[in-house]
Ligand binder design. Sequence first.
Ligand code: NI
Ligand code: MN
Length: 227
Amino acid sequence: MKLTYYGHSVFKLEHKGKSLIIDPFLTGNELAPIKAGDVKVDYVLLTHAHPDHFGDSVEIAKNNNAVVIAPFETAVICQDKGCAAHPMHIGGGHDFDFGRVKLTIAHHGSGCPENGGMKCGGAPCGFLITMGGKTVYHAGDTGLFYDMKLIGEMNRIDVALLPIGDNFTMGMEDALKAVEFLNPGLAIPMHYNTFPVIQADPAEFVKMVEAKGKKANALGFGESLEI
Ligand code: NI
Ligand code: MN
């Protein structure tokens, strides 16, 4: 499986001609190395409806005839905007043509500001995505939770994508504890430096993880990895 990081919480996963993008917030993110119009994918996975995750989902889904996979309430918001969507919910898994997706809990919110009001995106989630025999855990936006230990016990996680930016999500100390609970083959930090309130040093996080005898890699924006 090929994994590419596009900044914030945006990752593209590809395997055998199938591809998906997670939380494609590109327009409005000065650090994003690509434009929404350049994205070619079969699926768009959304952890929640906050603007820094919902991002360019509708444009990308429509451009590509891609299916949005999201928690029910967020999926319905996408359907209302004319996208094809596959609603799921926490604890549920489904086999797609590219592999399997299972939704995990995430402690966060999921409101979608619109026309001066707020649409409810339902409960936010994390994703366990299995493609080509490899499992990636995208934590979404979340605080640390002890069930990560259970997620780690029940799944052989090859790569864990974890927020480290603090303020809205886990900071580095809590993300380090998450690595301990999840026991992934590799931890990759995300959700940092996009905004002034989520400044964090990903190289410092890598050092902290390595000091615990685990592997981490702070991918550059636009950088890919074969896993
Ligand atoms: Ni959020
Ligand atoms: Mn966020």
